[in-house]
Design a protein around this ligand. Structure first.
Ligand code: NAP
Length: 325
């Protein structure tokens, strides 16, 4: 009997071909492009030796408890693991957790820069003008701002935070500040970035990029209090997780002009309903969680997740493992 590898989603074409060619495991895969149902997920983990999942699959205590004794590895195709109950995994024991750091850093940093430029250069309004048959050169309308001599604030100077700052510095940024749990001199040095408190970052930054994980310390930190501290000309970019921003408070801040523009790749919920006030807001740009969505990156993420799952099933070291200790 071959071990069972359950996969909750179809994979990008190249990784899907590799998955289908695997012989050492029996691959069972959710066939629909729609998210897997809860009952299907619960049934799957009861018989699987390994599980490959995506961030829309909530791996909570119920799922972990439904896992059969043979389940050895959960391998998420994401670097974030806020959808997985780590305490439930610790209580259960014996299940490794794989994730996909590094391979998505460039694509996600690219998306962060894309959103920053879209916000600064008022691209949402420009596209709407063209779609309405308007536009053409004008000396005084549609004017945005530029990054020359501005201060960039990175909330979470990790892999994506560093890659974002490195991309933005050549635009003429004069100062980089960052916040986090402690100074990270090794990462900050090459960027000449300065560790500051969250409040100072909010007060000083012209462009704030959220690059930290969602956890109990970061949930809702961009709230009414934070927006009141930020510059009225500030741009907020969130490519991390939607729940780091309190969306009701963001809407109020945009309506009151407490900040200039928010550009979001991530929201709560996803997708955000089309009639949500942030979707049509002139000072809010929203992308449908495409941070890592390139052919190269999504295949690399899927391949790393397959590697992690196969290693976990065989009882070998995972290439990229979340430390549960
Ligand atoms: P990472 O290398 O672990 O970096 C995250 C950084 O956040 C760490 O350096 C950490 O630094 C910092 N941090 C932790 N708590 C913080 C807090 N309270 N305030 C400020 N900073 C804090 O992770 P990554 O690979 O850069 O990914 C970051 C996040 O991006 C992921 O967790 C994921 O949610 C998101 N993401 C989104 C997409 C997308 O498609 N939109 C794609 C990839 C990743 P300290 O420990 O020093 O505080």
């Amino acid at each position: 009997m071959r071990p069972i590898l359950f996969v909750t989603s179809q994979l990008p074409a190249l990784a899907q071909q590799r998955l289908e060619a695997l012989t050492e495991v029996k691959v069972v895969q959710h066939a629909s492009t729609h998210p897997i149902s809860r009952p299907e997920l619960l049934a799957a983990v009861s018989t699987a030796d390994g599980l490959i999942c995506v961030l829309s699959n909530k791996i909570d205590a119920e799922v972990v408890e439904a896992a059969g004794p043979q389940l050895r590895v959960i391998s998420t195709i994401s670097v974030g693991y806020d959808h997985i109950d780590l305490d439930a995994l610790r209580r259960r024991g014996g299940i490794s957790l794989g994730f996909t750091p590094n391979v998505l850093t460039d694509a996600t940093a690219d998306t962060t820069v894309l959103l920053a430029l879209m916000a600064a250069r008022r691209v949402k309004q420009a596209l709407q003008t063209v779609a309405a048959g308007g536009g053409g050169f004008s000396l005084s309308t549609g004017l945005g701002s530029q990054f020359t001599a501005k201060t960039l604030g990175i909330v979470g100077l990790g892999r994506i935070g560093c890659a974002t700052a490195a991309r933005l510095l050549p635009f003429g940024i004069s100062r980089v500040v960052y916040s986090g749990s402690q100074p990270r001199d090794d990462r900050a040095g090459p960027l000449n970035a300065q560790f500051v408190s969250f409040e100072e970052l909010l007060r000083e930054s012209d462009l704030v990029c959220i690059c930290c994980p969602l956890n109990e310390r970061t949930a809702g930190i961009f709230n009414r209090r934070a927006f009141a501290i930020m510059k009225p000309t500030a741009i907020l970019v969130n490519t991390a997780r939607g729940a780091i921003v309190n969306q009701d408070d963001l809407l109020e801040a945009l309506d009151k002009g407490l900040i200039a523009h928010a550009a979001l790749d991530v929201t709560v919920p996803e997708p955000l309903p089309g009639d949500h006030p942030l979707v049509g807001h002139p000072h809010c740009t929203i992308l449908p969680h495409i941070g890592s969505a390139t052919e190269e990156t999504r295949n690399a993420m899927s391949n790393l997740a397959i590697d992690n799952a196969l290693a976990g099933i065989k009882g070998q070291a995972l290439k990229a493992k979340v430390d549960l200790d």
